[in-house]
Design a protein around this ligand. Sequence first.
Ligand code: FES
Length: 117
Amino acid sequence: MSQPLIQHHLLLCATPAKALCSPDPTVGPESWTALKRLVREWGLEDPARPEGIVLRSKADCLRICVEGPVLLIWPEGIVYGGVTAERVERILKEHVIGGAPIEEWIVKRMPFQASKA
Ligand code: FES
């Protein structure tokens, strides 16, 4: 059985146990709810999607711990800060679907080292 292509994997530090990155604990859960809903509603999990599917995971701590909630997007290794539900919508539209990262919200870039395999 063939696996669907993966276009992006989104990891959101939504409800970290130590809450180091987000001073308001209500924002992360709202962002996570919006992320799950929009990924589903916009068909981004559809295995027939030509660009590949979009995976999303709720992470405890991504070791960024500033300007949370933070959202890490692979494969680019781009980290967005201050990710409210409104920002989730724009990030999905412009970055994930449109391919254009939103520079003013990026707090860190952590690309993989190029593989030698
Ligand atoms: S607590 Fe959110 S990245 Fe560490």
